[in-house]
Design a protein around this ligand. Structure first.
Ligand code: GRG
Length: 295
């Protein structure tokens, strides 16, 4: 398999799915819809929707039901980025190679369009009920997504991160932050793919563990890129952890040890997935490539 060709093809497919669910830029709330679409269409790797679809394929899923979840998950992720960039949080001017949403539409519209995307994500995912007879699977997936996004997931992790900004941190708390603010959405994505395809409880639990490791590896690589990459390559500012006095895997362990952990975690994730005795070569390669990504 030529991984780069496959990746380009599947990213394009994902892009089409996302576009098909975006709100119309019309009516009195048209400006907010524009702000939502501005950030949704600013590029991005589309990793989370791709993980939904590839895990769905791993378990032989063949229906359209996966599509509203792919778009909805990218909306939740984009909401987190818009809000993470706000003046009250990281106060960043660039994201995905463009001015951030609040820089273009103003702070109030940044707040509103972020919340609107989070809400629209659920409106979108509810459309899945019309696309399958397996209604219980949709309910289960919605429950997982809502839990992993809230206080016991992404938002919980982000709140501990913000509360401890600039303070010294032990690895235990850093792991809590990473496993929630970043891993939780990756777990929700892969679990959603598995659940919608009818995976059993043990299989979903193995997928959750693998995704947890992928998320942690992904965030550590994000720390590494913050010190080794360039703003042009990343499409967002570099050295932002230093600017925000953040403790990261790089400040705790150094770049080399951090990179070793990325590799170990990714290998563990692939082994876990392979132990399920299913096959999706592209998914394994995707996880491997995340280790060496440059953006
Ligand atoms: C509700 C005010 C308010 C704030 C919430 C939840 C939240 C803000 C932020 C989540 C924390 C966050 C942004 C974690 C970073 C995770 C991460 C590494 C994001 C970058 O993901 P990529 O590299 O981005 O997949 P692209 O642009 O490729 O989609």
């Amino acid at each position: 398999m030529n991984f780069q060709d496959e990746l380009a093809k599947r990213t394009e497919e994902t892009e089409k799915v996302i576009r098909s669910f975006l709100p119309a830029e019309a009516g009195f709330a048209g400006t907010m819809a524009q702000a939502m679409n501005y950030s949704m269409l600013a590029g991005g790797k589309r990793l989370r929707p791709m993980l939904i679809r590839e895990t769905y394929r791993l378990f032989d899923g063949k229906e359209e039901v996966v599509k509203p979840f792919m778009a909805g998950m990218e909306m939740i992720h984009t909401h987190s980025l818009i809000h993470d960039d706000l003046p009250a949080l990281d106060d960043d001017d660039y994201r995905r190679g463009r001015l951030t949403t609040h820089k273009v539409y103003g702070e109030a519209m940044g707040v509103l369009s972020g919340v609107a995307l989070l809400n629209y994500a659920y409106e979108t995912m509810f459309q899945a009920f019309a696309l399958t007879k397996e209604q219980d699977r949709v309910i289960h997936a919605l429950r997982v997504v809502s839990q992993k996004t809230g206080i016991h997931g992404m938002l919980g992790g982000q709140s501990v991160d913000v509360e401890n900004d600039g303070k010294p941190l032990e690895k235990e708390m850093l792991d809590y932050i990473y496993r929630n603010k970043t891993s939780a959405l990756i777990e929700a994505s892969m679990m959603t793919g598995a659940i919608l395809a009818g995976a059993n409880e043990q299989e979903v639990s193995a997928v959750e563990k693998a995704a947890g490791n992928i998320g942690l590896a992904f965030q550590i690589q994000d720390d590494i890129l913050d010190v080794t990459s360039t703003a042009e390559e990343l499409g967002k500012p570099v050295h932002s952890d230093e600017k925000n006095n953040k403790v990261t895997y790089v400040t705790l362990f150094g770049t080399e040890k951090a990179a070793e952990q990325v590799e170990e975690l990714s290998e563990k994730a692939i082994d876990l997935l392979k132990s399920l005795n299913k096959n999706n070569e592209f998914l394994y390669l995707l996880i491997e490539k995340l280790i060496n990504r440059r953006k």
